[in-house]
Structures are given as structure tokens and as C-alpha cells.
Design a protein around this ligand. Structure first.
Ligand SMILES: NC(=O)c1ccc[n+]([C@@H]2O[C@H](COP(=O)([O-])OP(=O)(O)OC[C@H]3O[C@@H](n4cnc5c(N)ncnc54)[C@H](OP(=O)(O)O)[C@@H]3O)[C@@H](O)[C@H]2O)c1
Length: 253
């Protein structure tokens, strides 16, 4: 039998928006998508770090785009949406975390976390759908977390609630957007070694100890998640919607 160069995992011919593209999972996802042939639209707040990602994209003659925006600012979010071309894929990675026992989880703390982890991606996805920016057959990938379903690390109730809410919206969006053949899925990573996990109150020793709880013997790397996003964006996943893809080294078994 002859082999063919066609790969159902290819992203050639697709324009893919990646939020949170200036760091961690978003950066790795943008680079991986470009290597699979996609044209990228990158966004985050920090122009220099965004440029750093932009400079690492595989070009393949593509005219990648970078647009800065604070997604918790509604004017900036609307300006971003107004600047977007038609897209075949979106990976909404922008987010933050906090380690905070619930006794300190004031309404203000919940609002802060929900603004960036829930309201920003939900509003972005809503406007993109309403303004018909998603091409027919487009794929949306939301970055949730096993923190939405498991108490994976002490003090993550506020964070976990924002990701659980995001996963709930994902399921409803998947059903509603199916009429335009737009697929919506999420990825629920376990702990992934990005700047995010080194910014909080957990010490490096505690992180090293925690990594031992993962059956595959380590925390994730950004590429472990990026490759899951490539799959969900690709035509290989064209009959998959409303699914939360757990990528966690076996932690939640
Ligand atoms: N790392 C983990 O263990 C882990 C596990 C499960 C889920 N996740 C989720 O995966 C996603 C990516 O996390 P990461 O680990 O890659 O974190 P990261 O390295 O800190 O990256 C976060 C990204 O979000 C952007 N961002 C933050 N606030 C923003 C805002 N208001 N407007 C626009 N962009 C904003 C940041 O860019 P600027 O600062 O340039 O704006 C940065 O590019 C997050 O949603 C996170 O909750 C991470």
C-alpha cells in the first residue's frame, strides 16, 4: 500500500487564535500549531513576551499576527474581537491561579479569579460566535484544569471553582454551537511546569514532593498540553465536541 503525505492532524490552511500566547501552555501551543502548518493570531498583555513567542513560530510562508489585549478589560476585549480575521481554531489559554484557603476567599478574590479564568474566555467565545468569526467547522479549546473536579492541591477552591464553571459552559456551548458545526472542548491539565506554578506561595520543595503523586512520575511540560490542543483543533477530532480532555500524567486515576 502506498503511503500518503496527508495527515488528519495537520493544521495547514487553518487560522488559529491563541490567548495567553506570551507564556507557558499558550506559547507552547502557538509554536506547536505553527509547526503543524497553522497561521497564528497571538494575544496576551505583555508585548515583549508576545514578540518572543512570535519569533519562535514556524513560518512556512504564513503571515502570523500578534495583538495585545487585557482580556479582563471589556473595551480591549471588544477591540481584539473587531481585529480578528475568520478563524478555524481558538485555544483560550489566558488565565491565572491563586492558592488561598477558602476562609480568605472573599467575594473580591472570587471576582478576580473569575474575571480572568471564566468571564474573559466566555465573553471572547460568545462575541466570536455572535459575530460569526468562527468559520464553519471551527474548533474551540478552553483551558480548564483538574482543579475543577479534584482537590488536587490545598487552597485551590477559588481557582477550581472558576475552572469548573468554565467546563460547564463548554458543554452548553458545544451543544448550541453544533448547529454551525463549531466544536467546543476543554483540556484539563494536572500540574504543568510553567511560570504560573512558580509564582504562588508553594515552595520548590513542596512542588518536587507533589510531583511524586503523579503516576507517570513527573509534572507535565507545556508541550504535553499543546499536543492535545493540536489534536482537538485538527480534523482528526472532527466528531469530538463537549469533551473535557484530562491530561494529567495519571494523577486523577
Ligand atoms: N500550569 C499549570 O499547572 C496549569 C494547570 C491547569 C490549568 N492551567 C491553565 O492553563 C492556562 C495557561 O496557564 P500557564 O500555566 O501557561 O500560565 P502562564 O505561563 O502564567 O501563562 C498565562 C498567560 O495568560 C496571559 N494572561 C494572564 N492574564 C491575562 C489577561 N488579563 N489578559 C490577557 N492575557 C492574560 C499571560 O500573558 P500576559 O501576562 O502577557 O498578559 C500569559 O500568557 C491557564 O488558564 C491556567 O489556569 C495551568
Amino acid at each position: 500500500m502506498e503511503t500518503s503525505n496527508h495527515s488528519p492532524f495537520s493544521l495547514a490552511g487553518k487560522t488559529v487564535l491563541v490567548t495567553g500566547a506570551s507564556s507557558g501552555i499558550g506559547r507552547a501551543t502557538a509554536i506547536a500549531c505553527s509547526r503543524m502548518g497553522a497561521r497564528l493570531v497571538l494575544t496576551a498583555r505583555d508585548q515583549d513576551r508576545l514578540l518572543d513567542t512570535f519569533n519562535q513560530l514556524a513560518t512556512c510562508g504564513q503571515d502570523h499576527v500578534q495583538l495585545t489585549a487585557d482580556l479582563t478589560n471589556s473595551e480591549q476585549l471588544e477591540a481584539l474581537v473587531a481585529a480578528l480575521p475568520h478563524i478555524e481554531g481558538a485555544v483560550l489559554c489566558a488565565g491565572n491561579s491563586t492558592t488561598l484557603p477558602l476562609q480568605f476567599g472573599s467575594r473580591e478574590k472570587f471576582d478576580e479569579m473569575f474575571d480572568v479564568n471564566f468571564f474573559a474566555p466566555v465573553e471572547l467565545m460568545r462575541l466570536m460566535y455572535k459575530k460569526k468569526i468562527f468559520a464553519k467547522g471551527a474548533s474551540v479549546v478552553l483551558l480548564a484544569s483538574i482543579g475543577g473536579t479534584h482537590s488536587f492541591m490545598p487552597g485551590n477552591g477559588v481557582y477550581g471553582a472558576s475552572k469548573a464553571a468554565l467546563n460547564a459552559v463548554m458543554k452548553y456551548a458545544a451543544r448550541e454551537y453544533a448547529s454551525r458545526r463549531v466544536r467546543v472542548n476543554s483540556i484539563c491539565p494536572g500540574m504543568v511546569d510553567t511560570p504560573l506554578i512558580h509564582r504562588g506561595t508553594i515552595t520548590e520543595e513542596q512542588l518536587a514532593e507533589d510531583a511524586k503523586k503523579y503516576p507517570l512520575g513527573r509534572y507535565g511540560q507545556p508541550d504535553d498540553i499543546a499536543y492535545g490542543a493540536v489534536y482537538l483543533l485538527s480534523d482528526a477530532a472532527s466528531w469530538l465536541t463537549g469533551h473535557d480532555l484530562v491530561i494529567d500524567g495519571g494523577f486523577s486515576i
